[in-house]
Design a binder for this molecule. Structure first.
Ligand code: KG4
Ligand code: ZN
Length: 329
């Protein structure tokens, strides 16, 4: 059994997963405090992690019916993410591992999102394509094996897909996080009412969403307050369609280029209904883990740790967090 801790953003998470990939517990404590600021405040996130990790780890162990001495290893997210937030998880992981004579396994957060698809029930077998879309990242990758040697095909050049939902929602006067609210409003509108850009100008398999947000802003100005208000559902539906199509075009192209006919989704945006429908049209062999395994969670980190080499004491005491890019060697 592996205990994992994930504190890369604003969710304090701990989970226990068996070697075979059964989720024995998956505790997520969401810090609702950030909503009032319209986004995550890094310093506040770190402080809350500090207060919550102990209780969250205790809950995860209790729900799994286990104790620290019964574990094989402790795993922790090393990055990418908010450095202060990551450091709380890393320090906790080091302390628990050292106190109980366990090895520590540092995990890349994005590989964690990939490894969510390896969990029971119904794990997906490589090779497959995966689209990870959340508030922090948008990534299209080709997974050829269970280990961490997956190939990134494309990523976002500016805003993440979830950020595009959140920023569009804010322009339309909806609350944070905006994705679910925008989807709800869009369900009453016509997705073909307005034409928003679908990032056709971006070469290759990368994504860009910042032009889309600006296009919505200009459209709202052009329509004026009264008309914008009357057409909010149509605007939301058309905007959502542009995000979904941007993602769909890249997935269609990746499918053509790799010949891979299986797709997994991950990240909070995977909850979006129209996105799932569109992806299923493109790639019928579609795999979407349950919502609690798509959004940030520690079960996916424990899952990834199963395929990584544990680090012994005292070498893991040197581990440091990284905020972006690749995991340092
Ligand atoms: O993975 P996640 O919970 O947290 C991280 O960002 O790491 O993803 C949150 C993002 C937010 O941007 C939120 O607006 C978006 O996922 N989201 C959605 C939906 N539910 C959540 N976007 C579109 N449609 C949804 N139903
Ligand atoms: Zn994430």
């Amino acid at each position: 059994m592996i205990l994992a801790i994930e504190t890369s953003c604003d969710d304090t998470c701990a989970a226990v997963v068996s070697r075979a990939g059964d989720v024995l517990s998956n505790v997520i404590s969401s810090q609702g405090v950030h909503d009032r600021y319209g986004g995550v405040v890094p310093e506040i996130a770190s402080r809350h992690h500090l207060e919550l990790t102990g209780a969250v780890v205790d809950d995860a162990l209790r729900q799994a019916g286990t104790t620290l001495p019964q574990l094989d290893a402790v795993a922790v997210t090393q990055g990418p993410g908010l450095v202060g937030a990551l450091l709380v998880g890393i320090a906790t992981g080091k302390a628990l591992a050292a106190a109980h004579g366990l090895p520590l396994i540092p995990v890349d957060h994005l590989y964690g999102h990939v490894a969510a698809s390896f969990l029971n029930p119904g794990p997906i077998e490589p090779p497959f394509l995966i689209l990870i879309a959340s508030g922090g990242h948008t990534l299209l990758a080709h997974v050829t094996e269970h280990g961490p040697h997956w190939r990134v095909l494309g990523s976002t050049l500016d805003d993440a897909a979830g950020e595009a939902f959140d920023k569009g929602a804010r322009l339309l006067g909806l609350g944070y996080p905006g994705g679910p609210a925008l989807q709800k409003l869009a369900s009453e509108g016509d997705p073909h009412a307005y034409r928003f850009p679908v990032a056709a100008q971006v070469q290759g398999l990368d994504f860009s969403f910042s032009g889309l947000k600006t296009a919505l802003l200009y459209k709202l100005r052009e329509l004026g307050e009264e008309e914008s208000e009357a057409r909010r559902a149509d605007l939301a539906a058309s905007y959502q369609r542009a995000i979904v199509e941007t993602l769909a075009r890249r997935v269609a192209r990746a499918r053509r280029e790799t010949g891979i006919e299986r797709l997994a989704l991950g990240g909070g945006v995977a909850a979006n209904g129209p996105l799932r429908e569109r992806m299923r049209e493109l790639v019928p062999d579609l795999h979407v883990p349950p919502r609690e395994l798509c959004t940030d969670n520690a079960a996916m980190i424990a899952s990834a740790a199963r395929f990584l080499r544990p680090q012994p004491f005292p070498s893991y005491l040197q581990l440091d967090a990284f905020s972006s890019g690749e995991r340092p060697l």
